[in-house]
Design a protein. Structure first.
Length: 163
């Protein structure tokens, strides 16, 4: 992927698309102060560079029946490439895991898991997570309430010309 320096116009385009990815190119161009053709060129460059990775709908988890969010700390037995790779590949195939991060601290990986309810998590924990390659310990933290769930990146805090 080519590296791209983001200028203020790129940031305005990205901010507008984060707010509403359904904007037409004409609407987007008007909002950021460009004519449609250069606006479309910039959007295409941002897509090609991988800055814009896709467009999606932001769903309400509870509204689609996924009422329980669990943050799961996982420790693996050995920190060997084979174990770590096998774990990562297995986790990538699990639709219940909406994010997986390699972290420092008590856990080696931090997973964000969404399921319908506590019995569904128990089944997922016992039937899937504990059987993943190299797992030595699992710590589950249940989300009681969501205080903040931001889907937009804080572009206004980036230094000028950053990517």
């Amino acid at each position: 992927m080519p590296m791209l320096k983001l200028d203020n116009l790129d940031r305005r385009i990205l901010a507008a698309l984060q707010r509403d990815a359904r904007l037409t190119n004409v609407q987007l161009a008007e909002e950021v102060g460009l004519s449609p053709s250069p606006c479309l060129r910039r959007v295409r460059l941002l897509e090609e560079a991988g800055v814009i990775r896709g467009y999606h709908a932001n769903l309400d988890r509870a509204g689609v029946g996924l009422g329980l969010t669990v943050f799961v700390g996982v420790r693996v037995e050995r920190h060997q490439d084979v174990t770590s790779t096998a774990f990562r590949e297995a986790v990538a195939q699990l639709p219940e895991v909406v994010s997986c991060h390699l972290v420092s601290g008590e856990s080696d990986f931090l997973l964000q898991v969404v399921v319908t309810d506590l019995p569904a998590y128990e089944q997922f924990l016992l039937g899937v997570l504990l059987k993943l390659p190299g797992v030595s310990d699992i710590r589950s933290n249940f989300a009681i309430a969501t205080v903040k769930a931001q889907t937009e990146m804080p572009l206004g805090h980036l230094p000028q010309g950053t990517q």
